[in-house]
Design a protein around this ligand. Structure first.
Ligand code: ZN
Length: 134
């Protein structure tokens, strides 16, 4: 089986400080880390609930994919990330199955992961992230 479980759900937010407060209150726990992914123009904040994470994503510049997402659709659920034991194999399997890849090869993501996205055009408009622990 190539997909193990939901690893995290990514939520696009405009103001990271305000949303950290909001989600701390909602979930009853504090974020365990903040991490910037400079290559993506995002700063992330992670909450852990059981073994599933909530990832808040805020743009650090106007060309960030998160800035563009919020401009188009407003704040909200941005992507679902699935854990996979071997991201390279899973990517080639999904490609063979006809899914459209945004990233043909994995790249460095937040929280010590290798990540790659599938195009929402091929997944009922859900942006899907595949990830694997480094
Ligand atoms: Zn993510």
């Amino acid at each position: 089986m190539s997909i193990n479980k939901i690893e995290h759900i990514g939520i696009a937010v405009s103001n990271l400080d305000a949303s950290e407060k909001l989600f701390s209150q909602l979930l009853g726990c504090e974020p365990y880390k903040r991490e910037e992914v400079a290559s993506e123009g995002v700063i992330t904040s992670f909450f852990l609930l059981g073994d599933i994470k909530i990832e808040l994503l805020a743009a650090t510049n106007e060309n960030s994919p998160i800035a563009k997402f919020i401009e188009k659709k407003g704040e909200g659920i941005h992507h679902i990330a699935f854990d996979t034991a071997n991201i390279t194999n899973t990517l080639s399997e999904k490609s063979q199955q006809g899914f459209q890849l945004i990233n043909a090869t994995p790249k460095d993501g937040a929280d010590n992961k290798q990540i790659a996205f599938l195009h929402p055009k091929s997944t009922n408009s859900v942006l899907v992230e595949l990830c694997q622990d480094k």
